[in-house]
Design a protein around this ligand. Structure first.
Ligand code: HZE
Ligand code: MN
Ligand code: MN
Length: 440
């Protein structure tokens, strides 16, 4: 960890540190095996340091030196509930914490210390810092979301809570910083790409399994991360299977690693779990037509896909690439199809000018370009920028290929699906799991 970031961490309160990746928690979450692998300056030394600090500085705003004199201490402002403090206020020198670091292995072990690789990396520091800021916003917003979301809340209230938190903490500013894509809150057999449209009265139920998938960007640098919430403990093993499978994929990932090897590692772990739900037992299946993906600036799906089953793809991951590894487990067929009313859309990234004959479609595309650029959006986001009665125009844009529709992706009715997702970057010297937190 660079000295300036270590100093920054040292200035933070104990509470803040516990939320910082790269500071593994001794008591641990259910993810200890992964969290302990943080390759900073040695987990043992770190733990000692933290324990010492905790004992020395219990709660005060100041510090007491060994000789008993009061010491002023730089203290990060605590986040509020609901979150209202922009992360830029919590990190006043605008240096954001690194994610979980992992050294490359085998033929790439040389990279950790290689002078040329370290040089290449320094040139990208501002981009990494933008990603780390986005990741910090994600961690703080999801911490509040996990605490607050309860059965009985409407899906719209759930999404607005997450979206308001993101806008505030990242200090939303046009296309320079904000929400990267609509808040996914897909339920049960719906695996992905559901967010409520206006008027949707759906209320979260005690027996629902909800995939919370949201994204944050700073200058178009996107983090994409998701977790699953359930209130009935009968789903605990399903969630554990998918969490472990995602972690297996993250561990396997690296420069020169074949996509197919990641798929194999994910499937192996996922299928090693048996779950009992409503008195029936299932082997957890990976959803074979869903995958992780590369991410480009303002481009959620950068073009490379990361399978979650064995077979096929000999494509390799490369230096500098940003990826989301997301795995989905299911008690159903392990295969999704499009169904239900569409909420998610994005301007087609690769097409140039498309001639449009319908004036309302032309105007809507102008508004989409201005407000979202190539970032995905949903109908609620069109509503909030003042668009009305746009459904015909939107359909025209989809029919003409200017906009892509991303309808909900569902497994068979009555099945349950879970998802965990993290964003990581293959830095020249090491892998950095940007969105890692103390929760998942
Ligand atoms: C949205 C959105 C959020 C992802 C996508 C993602 C996405 C984008 C497939 C995608 C394009 C089915 C779209 C997405 C999103 N997250 N991959 O994490 F509107 F709000 C593009 C694509 N494709 C080109 N052809 C293949 C698929 O998601 C897949 C998981
Ligand atoms: Mn996602
Ligand atoms: Mn994704």
């Amino acid at each position: 960890m660079p000295a300036e970031i270590q100093e920054k961490l040292d200035a933070l309160s104990v509470e803040d540190k516990e939320n910082t990746p790269g500071t593994p928690d001794a008591e641990g979450s259910d993810d200890d095996d992964v969290a302990e692998d943080v390759a900073v300056d040695g987990g043992a030394a770190k733990k000692k340091k933290k324990k010492k600090k905790k004992a020395k500085k219990p709660a005060a705003d100041g510090d007491t030196a060994a000789n008993g004199t009061a010491q002023p201490v730089k203290r990060a402002t605590a986040q509020t509930e609901p979150p209202s403090v922009p992360v830029s206020h919590l990190f006043p020198d605008a240096v954001y914490p690194e994610g979980q670091l992992e050294e490359y292995r085998d033929d790439n072990a040389f990279r950790t210390t290689d002078e040329e690789k370290r040089y290449l990396e320094r040139m990208e520091n501002d981009h990494y810092n933008d990603l780390r800021k986005a990741a910090e916003v994600h961690r703080q917003v999801r911490q509040y979301a996990k605490k607050t979301i309860k059965p009985g809340m409407s899906m719209i209230d759930i999404c607005e809570m997450i979206e308001n938190g993101t806008r505030t903490l990242v200090e939303e500013k046009g296309l320079e910083a904000g929400i990267a894509f609509p808040t996914g809150c897909s339920l049960n057999h719906v695996a992905a790409h559901y967010t409520p449209n206006a008027g949707d009265k759906t209320v979260l139920q005690h027996d629902d399994v909800m995939k919370v998938d949201f994204g944050v960007h700073v200058n178009g640098r996107i983090v994409d991360s998701a977790f699953t919430m359930a209130f009935n403990p009968q789903y605990d093993q399903l969630l554990a299977a998918v969490k472990a499978a995602t972690n297996a994929g993250l561990k396997e990932a690296g420069i020169d690693v074949r996509m197919s090897d990641i798929g194999a590692a994910v499937q192996e772990v996922m299928e090693s779990y048996e779950v009992e739900i409503n008195g029936k037992t299932y082997q957890v299946k990976p959803i074979r037509n869903l995958n992780g993906h590369s991410i480009g600036p303002y481009h959620i799906h950068g073009g490379k896909t990361v399978p979650i089953v064995r077979g096929g793809d000999q494509t390799k991951m490369e230096e500098g690439e940003l990826f989301a590894i997301e795995t989905f487990g299911s008690t159903g067929k392990g295969y999704v199809h499009e169904d239900m009313e569409c909420s998610h859309y994005s301007k087609n990234f690769n097409t140039g000018h498309i001639p449009l004959r319908l004036p309302r479609a032309k105007a809507l595309l102008g508004s989409i370009t201005k407000n979202f650029g190539t970032l995905p959006f949903c109908r609620r986001y069109l509503d909030r920028v003042g668009e009305t009665k746009y459904l015909m125009a939107l359909k025209n844009l989809v029919d003409n290929g200017a906009v892509e529709a991303h309808p909900p992706l569902v497994d068979v009715r009555g099945s349950y699906t879970a998802q965990y997702e993290h964003t990581f970057i293959l830095r020249p010297t090491r892998k950095e799991i940007l969105t890692r937190g103390d929760d998942y």
